[in-house]
Design a protein around this ligand. Structure first.
Ligand code: SF4
Ligand code: FES
Length: 373
């Protein structure tokens, strides 16, 4: 169906800002969404720079700030930054591994006005969870941190990234989240960017495993309705339609890296043709409206067929630009996760071939990169 295409001139307001405060992290998850070339501590923005970013974000109309990393608790100024966000009226969500978080820090964050905490858990079984995280004792520590979070009366979301090593325990992850007092659990299948792409053959579940997990989680959704919110992110490689990645390119979110580069999505640096502006040289408002990277795939005018004339182009915005580039080497192509893409079979072939790799043969997120022992 042909119709009008929307242009970058119809720019709305962003609703959320993801602040990657640091790429430092004690964990080494092989599916980490951070870029393979991690930014070092010496390049990180100073406290005052971040405060300026948050003030500008509030002025721009942003409502929510997600304080992420790496591990945001690795920053000694975390409490100060939360207090500043609260003072300019931003809703603050801390996305943490829990490692490096103390009971004292949880109390200080509550006092500073933090609104919500998302805690990652790698598996419902300790041995597997520690192996995936590349950190002995992480599973036990996270249970303790979850207790402190709930004792401080924070609303808690459990983030669970699913892949071949833990997909059979998707239902157990939901039960664990309930036991930990979470109000919400995100059962999110691995997205293959950042560190997950070189680890794809060690992480990819089979279609059959995926279908069982999705059915189990759907059943739990019905059973626990009203008790816990269960969000399910289905793996693209086994999908029929792509997800509306980032809610549409440069439509809702802004991502700021530890050194102050401003990205339309956390993985967009993998697209080499894009030019990113930094908050050291431009205001957040300038970047949102005028940065070449933000305008590259805004709206629908950039689309080629089959997206351009597709009735779903304002629903999924052609899927994920980073995935189109990763699989096809062309960021303006239809996401091959879509069954209407002429390259969809390539995606399903990759999934089938990768899903028979060896579980746990990971390249961990560390420098120098190492494999599991
Ligand atoms: Fe979405 Fe493009 Fe597929 Fe249509 S052809 S469903 S717009 S990805
Ligand atoms: Fe970058 Fe989807 S991860 S657009």
């Amino acid at each position: 169906m042909k119709g009008l295409v929307s242009t970058p001139s119809a720019i709305g307001l962003p609703i959320g800002l993801l602040a990657e405060l640091t790429h430092r992290c004690p964990l080494a998850c092989p599916y980490c969404s951070n870029p393979v070339a991690l930014e070092t501590r010496t390049t990180e923005l100073a406290t005052e720079d971040w405060k300026r970013v948050f003030s500008e974000a509030a002025k721009l109309g942003i409502l929510q700030v997600h304080l992420s990393g790496g591990e945001p608790a690795a920053r000694g100024d975390l409490v100060d930054l939360v207090r500043h966000c609260a003072s300019v009226g931003l809703y603050t969500n801390l996305i943490t591994s829990g490692i490096g978080v103390t009971e004292k820090l949880v109390h200080e964050l509550a006092e500073a006005g933090l609104d919500h905490i998302q805690l990652s858990i790698q598996d419902s079984e300790a041995e597997s969870a520690d192996k995936i995280a590349g950190y002995k004792g992480s599973f036990a520590k996270k249970q303790i941190v979850a207790g402190w979070i709930r004792a401080a009366e924070f609303p808690l979301t459990i983030n669970a990234v699913m892949h071949r090593a833990n997909i059979a325990r998707s239902a157990a992850m939901v039960e664990l989240a309930i036991a930990l007092g979470a109000a919400r659990v995100e059962i999110a299948h691995t997205q293959y960017y950042g560190w997950a792409l070189p680890n794809r053959a060690a992480l990819m579940p089979s279609r059959a495993e995926t279908e069982i997990a999705v059915a189990e989680v759907e059943a739990l959704r019905q059973r626990h309705r009203g008790k816990i919110v269960i969000d399910l992110v289905i793996p693209d490689y086994h999908a029929t339609y792509p997800k509306a990645c980032m809610g549409g390119w440069a439509k809702q979110f802004i991502n700021v890296t530890p050194s102050g580069k401003v990205l339309p999505c956390h993985a967009s640096e993998t697209i080499p043709s894009l030019e990113f502006w930094t908050i050291k040289e431009h205001s957040l408002s300038d970047i949102w409206h005028s940065s070449p990277a933000f305008n590259a795939y805004r709206g629908t005018e950039w689309m080629a067929e089959p997206c351009r004339s597709c009735d779903r182009r304002e629903i999924d915005f052609g899927g994920c630009r980073c995935q189109a580039f990763a699989i096809l080497g062309d960021a303006s192509a239809t996401d091959p996760a879509c069954h209407r893409s002429p390259h969809h079979a390539l995606m399903t072939d990759i999934a089938e071939a990768d899903s028979v790799g060896t579980i746990g043969d990971y390249v961990y997120r560390r420098f120098p990169a190492r494999t599991a022992s």
